[in-house]
Design a protein around this ligand. Structure first.
Ligand code: NAD
Length: 256
């Protein structure tokens, strides 16, 4: 379905981003990976699917790095057809204790980076009259939790940004949508399970059950593959008129 097209996925050296990059590669898209840590393993996994793959290590908190990455993608592949804004971090603290530097980092990486990639990707998408912008928001883009003020603000922000971009592109072949996962067992969530286990002196299994039980009625994690399947659908012709949605994949979290 995406043969000859290029997908750039931010924060795709692990977790949800890597899963989405693999699924888009499975549809034939060439891939630009981004993110910290080992890039060679993820690159090899994607290359094995028979597509071209590059990695750019831009720090999503820096507008200049993002500009370099978008120029790099254009120079390697011509343009970005599918943009997945996925990079994200978490910090848990009460508002009055929230380190100012962590607030700024969460807003920059989880929200402002999507503004920069989108403003730089859109001109070529408009010219081609085809494009897909998929923002990985969260259940926290729709409802809040205590001690996650920066994350909740950024994720609500990206849901609003998604709607604005969808309206600005509504008469074109470019769509912009958000995906709102519930708990997915990645490094980002494992840290919260580890912290809870240490804080409350309970086993990791118990901490995991409590985490799910508090928020996710299905009591099961959302999987990376389920999110990747929705991203592939959003790239399909069946989704041509899906515009500006914030689509929950959250085991019933936000139905409560
Ligand atoms: P993860 O920690 O497994 O992966 C995060 C990725 O982002 C990694 O590739 C990392 O290298 C990259 N990254 C982090 N900071 C970066 C920076 N400054 N510049 C560039 N890359 C950076 O996390 P994940 O769980 O896969 O999360 C991916 C997205 O999904 C995030 O936006 C997160 O908020 C969202 N999300 C996750 C869950 C969950 O339960 N895991 C739930 C809802 C939403």
């Amino acid at each position: 379905m995406l043969k000859g097209k290029t997908a750039l996925v931010t924060g795709s050296t692990s977790g949800i981003g890597l899963g989405i990059a693999k699924a888009l590669a499975g549809q034939g898209a060439n891939i630009v990976l981004n993110g910290f840590g080992d890039a060679e393993g993820p690159k090899a996994e994607i290359a094995a699917l028979g597509v071209k793959v590059e990695h750019h290590g831009a720090d999503m908190s820096r507008a200049g790095d993002i500009e370099d990455m978008m120029k790099f993608a254009a120079s390697r592949f011509g343009r970005v057809d599918v943009l997945v804004n996925n990079a994200g971090i978490q910090h848990v603290a009460k508002v009055e204790d929230f380190p100012v530097e962590r607030w700024d980092a969460v807003i920059a990486i989880n929200l402002s980076s999507a503004f920069h990639t989108t403003r730089l990707a859109l001109p070529a998408m408009r010219e081609a009259n085809w494009g897909r912008i998929i923002n990985i928001a969260s259940a926290h883009g729709l409802v809040a939790s205590a001690q996650k003020s920066a994350y909740v603000a950024a994720k609500h922000g990206i849901v609003g940004f998604t709607k604005s971009v969808a309206l600005e592109t509504a008469t074109t072949g470019v769509t912009c949508n958000a995906i709102c996962p519930g708990w997915v067992l990645t490094a980002l969530v494992q840290k919260q399970i580890d912290d809870r286990s240490a804080r409350e002196g309970i086993s990791l299994a118990q901490a995991q059950n409590e985490l799910l039980g508090e928020k996710q009625p299905s009591l099961q994690f959302t999987t990376v593959e389920q999110l990747a399947g929705l991203a592939v659908f959003m790239c399909s012709p069946a989704a041509d008129q899906v515009r500006g949605v914030a689509w929950q994949v959250d085991g019933g979290w936000t139905a409560q």
